[in-house]
Design a protein around this ligand. Structure first.
Ligand SMILES: [Zn+2]
Length: 123
């Protein structure tokens, strides 16, 4: 269950269950709501972790990769149900990061999360 304000390991994944992962994250820090052409349409609430804190348990073969703009982020989605439960790419300094969609985490009360709005559309 969610323990807002401490690094906690959550399980999550897509809707149909092919894609499953564990991620360790502190959901006390705000999640990102972005208005860019991708996030604005899909409504993701993103939290970012180094890839060491993310373990894909199943579904690597179910993922379809999609890239746009600068092609630095892999916007992967489940080929069966279409849900984008996470994305991956390199952050500043070339560190490999995972952007997890907090909406896809099990047992998280989204109403308890602080949301930071990011103006990705203008960038
Ligand atoms: Zn799926």
């Amino acid at each position: 269950m969610s323990d807002i304000g401490a690094a906690t390991t959550y399980s999550g994944g897509c809707q149909c269950g092919r894609v499953r992962y564990n991620v360790t994250v502190d959901l006390g820090k705000p999640v990102m709501s972005c208005n860019c052409s991708m996030c604005g349409r899909s409504g993701t609430l993103l939290t970012f972790v180094p890839k060491e804190q993310f373990t894909l348990l199943s579904g690597e073969d179910a993922l379809t990769d999609y890239q746009f703009n600068k092609h630095v982020i892999h916007h992967v989605f489940c080929a069966t149900c279409g849900i984008k439960s996470f994305a991956r790419g390199k952050g500043a300094g070339g560190v490999e990061m995972v952007a997890v969609n907090a909406r896809c985490l099990d047992g998280v009360d989204l109403d308890l999360l602080a949301v930071t709005k990011t103006d990705g559309r203008s960038k």
